[in-house]
Design a protein around this ligand. Sequence first.
Ligand code: NAP
Ligand code: COA
Length: 271
Amino acid sequence: MNITDVFPRDLFRGKALFVTGGGSGINLGIAKTFAALGAKVAICGRTQERLDGAAAELRALGAEVFAQVADVRDYAALESAMLAAKEALGPMHVLVAGAAGNFPAAAEALSANGFKAVVDIDLLGSFNAARAAFAQLKETRGSITFISAGMAYMPYAFQAHVGAAKAGVDMLMKDLALEWGRHGIRVNSIVPGPIEGTEGVRRLVSSDAVKEKLTKAIPLRRFGTPDDIGQVAVFLASPLASYVTGTVLVADGGQNLPGSGVWATLALGGE
Ligand code: NAP
Ligand code: COA
């Protein structure tokens, strides 16, 4: 299925999307889905070469693209990237806050700085992005989508830092939806399941044998794709979701339904 089989090619024509962490993985997949529907796309991340590669892929889809290095932990850098994106592409209609960090670590071996690094990127970085985007989104009556994770609402072994950060992201989402609804700004989160070919899966799924076992524990019996997440991100930003705010949209093939037990067992080295 192509996204243009379902949505009109010009759904986001003339509208600007900003994606934090848009240089790779799920976030780049989201950016590409919007680009296929006519959006202008701005991306930021910490690595110029990564942004350059992503920008080339987006331009190949016909998008006008703006890319600037900014660490989401650095409010001034992020704000400056968003203002420069506005100069280049016009005011932002959609913010996707997807920059994040993850590594598996047993809580007793995790340093305070390791915990802080993930909370700073995922939670503080999501607040920084929303706060810096507010004026533009108020102008366009736009929307925000945070990229959360199943760790936000299920405990996972070796993911205490990620769970704390992503649970914070989902509560931040609800608070902002409550406060900014009066400006016409909708705010939601997406919880992706395990997505093929991504850094997140490379870090958390240690072998093909483990992946096979994990796949059997997913009701839809497959890992997701970046397109699976791009599609729901498009839905949330589209007029089809005009009355949807303050929600967590779980796109995980049902992975959460049996709980995180299989993942915990495999992460802890059991069979
Ligand atoms: P990824 O490719 O590593 O995406 C993370 C992106 O964020 C990278 O482009 C990275 O680029 C950027 N980034 C990291 N730290 C940053 C910072 N401090 N400031 C600005 N940008 C930063 O990983 P992914 O697996 O696709 O994950 C994307 C999102 O999906 C994350 O929010 C993740 O938590 C979520 N998620 C992933 C999965 C999965 O299966 N992969 C499942 C559930 C949720 P630089 O390193 O160049 O800065
Ligand atoms: N296990 C345990 N601790 C780790 C770790 C690991 N695998 N990787 C990093 N840390 C700790 C470091 O030791 C350091 O703590 P310390 O000062 O007490 O030693 C702390 O985390 C910060 O590390 P640093 O490398 O300075 O952080 P950073 O800001 O450069 O990078 C990370 C952030 C650690 C999250 C890094 O993994 C990253 O950049 N990730 C982005 C991509 C990603 O994770 N994608 C997956 C999907 S979200």
